[in-house]
Design a protein. Structure first.
Length: 555
């Protein structure tokens, strides 16, 4: 058998190098046509809603095709010999919603099917039926009606889908062009689901929207590589996973991807979340629904500090990217809250309110991993240092990671990752009481663009592997301190540093590379080289002076 040819360096396809699917930029430009008269928050839902419609249509049509094949396949339980009876059996199966729901496929009523929407995309008037009443609408009205019908027959989507396509800000002509383009993209078939095409397009759009909109109030879209580090280090194989500021649900998506990649079972994980922003809460429900992920995000959007929708939850894993440095979080209404076990958080910064909220919801052997601004590791303002000291003295800090700069799309705030645990002696790990692991990842990653850095798979596995080895996990290998990168520090040393948790204070400087040349010999060689260069420089100076003199500029 001939060997496959090796790809020449630099000749790999762009999508293999960058993870691009090849059509995202074109789709973004088409979608951008709609933006001129719309608020970004609404414009976002116009685009993502269309992607959702195409996804469920693809999955629905593929399941219809499977049913047709099963009726005609002699080995199938649905096989019917007689052609007329076979068609009757197929017609019945195609109307049996359980045949779709049992395969995690949403039922799509005829009016909402992509073929109907695309066929009417360029028409100015379309007749729809609502109950016993008929009325005429434009393409935007048809899509809004389609969304209503999908929610009506799929109760799990009730109140989730956007119905904003008929509003004046959506230009029908450009909407038609966008529909045509989305119609060319496969999103929901099993092959596309295996590649997570929709997830990647969805993530691409969320990223672009985050960059275009910016973020107010310290809220930032969490880049995938940051989420991956949290998930790979936490390893949420089994139990309750909680994110009280879940945004669009990215932490949950990556957690379940991790389980699938490690041959785990999704049904052994239960997901709980909460989100303050109404449109983001709806987006999270849609994002999870299209992936078949069941999650309890509460019956509504709500503030986790002031209306905790999961008050009795004790999670095995907390994973979060809370809004950074929030100053107006209503501290005055929570002065004696039961969550402030380690000190009352300052009114001017919610960082340690979030930290204590996470701790409050941890199970006795639970672990939390979350993103915070770098100031959280060292700030002593308004009592933050005292809260940090109390948490350190309670031996809750398992690991702290200093992350590289420029990871986020719309902020240059440097960030770190905290990992807290209620038990450093949990089964499957060594006894780590009185120890904290510090990781300095500031030099990891590569610049994907001029302003944005990403962590590659090797970087993510380096961080996660080091943490797992330090915890003494089976098969993770032996842990060793590495100067400039990782250090296991005892509690006494952290006390000497005033309970400051900045990894750079503990890991030290990276060891200089040993090239095998003895120091004395290297110094002699370098000094000789320096003298040669100085002599050469003197010759050049003399030659320049002579030339200047020849030109009449010298003395």
């Amino acid at each position: 058998m001939p060997r496959p040819k090796k790809a020449k360096p630099g000749r790999a396809k762009a999508e293999e190098r960058t993870g691009s699917l090849g059509f995202e930029e074109t789709l973004w430009k088409a979608a951008d046509l709609l933006r001129s008269n719309m608020d970004p928050g609404e414009y976002k839902h116009v685009v993502l809603g269309l992607l959702f419609l195409k996804y469920i249509e693809d999955a629905f049509e593929e399941r219809r095709g499977e049913l047709a094949g099963e009726v005609a396949e002699p080995a199938s339980e649905y096989f019917v010999q007689d052609p007329k009876k076979r068609q009757a059996e197929l017609d019945a199966l195609l109307e049996d919603r359980d045949e779709f729901a049992s395969h995690n496929v949403f039922w799509v009523p005829p009016v909402a099917r992509w073929s109907n929407i695309q066929a009417n995309a360029k028409l100015t008037e379309i007749e729809i039926t609502e109950g016993s009443r008929k009325r005429r609408v434009g393409i935007g009205g048809l899509i809004d009606h389609a969304m209503d019908e999908i929610e009506r027959v799929n109760p799990s989507l009730k109140g989730v889908l956007p119905k904003i396509y008929a509003q004046p800000g959506v230009d029908p002509y450009n909407l038609g062009k966008l529909i045509d383009l989305v119609g060319t993209i496969g999103l929901g078939t099993k092959a596309h689901q295996d590649k997570d095409v929709l997830g990647r397009v969805y993530e691409y759009f969320l990223t672009r929207f985050a960059s275009a909109e910016g973020r107010g109030g310290g809220e930032f879209y969490t880049p995938t590589s940051v989420v991956r580090v949290l998930v790979e280090m936490l390893e949420p194989y089994k139990g309750r996973v909680y994110d009280p500021c879940c945004g669009s649900g990215g932490m949950f998506v990556q957690s379940l991807k991790f389980i699938a990649a490690h041959n785990g079972r999704r049904d052994q994980v239960t997901i709980f979340g909460q989100e303050l922003n109404y449109t983001t809460w709806r987006m999270a429900r849609m994002n999870l629904a299209i992936r078949g992920i069941e999650a309890n995000l509460g019956p509504k959007h709500a503030d986790s500090f002031h209306e905790d929708l999961h008050p009795d939850l004790r999670a095995d894993f907390v994973i979060a990217n809370p809004p950074f440095n929030i100053s107006d979080w209503g501290a005055e209404r929570l002065e004696n809250d039961v969550r402030w076990r380690y000190g009352r958080p300052p009114a001017g910064n919610a960082n340690f309110a979030w930290v204590q909220h996470f701790l409050h919801h941890l199970a006795p052997a639970g672990t939390a991993g979350f993103v915070l601004a770098n100031g959280s590791m060292s700030s002593n303002q308004s009592g933050e240092g005292e809260i940090r000291r109390a948490i350190v003295e309670a031996d809750l800090v398992d690991c702290v990671v200093a992350m590289p700069p420029q990871l986020f799309y719309s902020t240059q705030i440097p960030v770190c990752l905290w990992f807290l645990t209620r038990s450093k002696t949990a089964p499957g790990h060594r006894d780590r009481r009185g120890e904290t692991l510090f990781l300095d990842a500031r030099k990891l990653g590569r610049m994907e663009t001029r302003v944005h850095r990403v962590l590659d798979e090797a970087d993510i596995q380096k961080l996660a592997g080091t943490y797992h080895a330090w915890r003494g996990e089976k098969g993770a290998g032996a842990y060793e301190d590495v100067a400039g990168f990782c250090r296991s520090a005892p509690l006494d040393e952290i006390r000497k540093h005033g309970h400051v948790l900045t990894p750079g204070r503990y890991v030290g400087a990276a060891a200089a590379e040993d090239d095998g040349e003895p120091f004395e010999e290297k110094m002699k060689r370098l000094i000789a080289t320096l003298r040669e260069q100085q002599a050469e420089a003197a010759k050049l100076d003399a030659a320049i002076a002579a030339n200047l003199k020849g030109l009449g500029y010298g003395g």
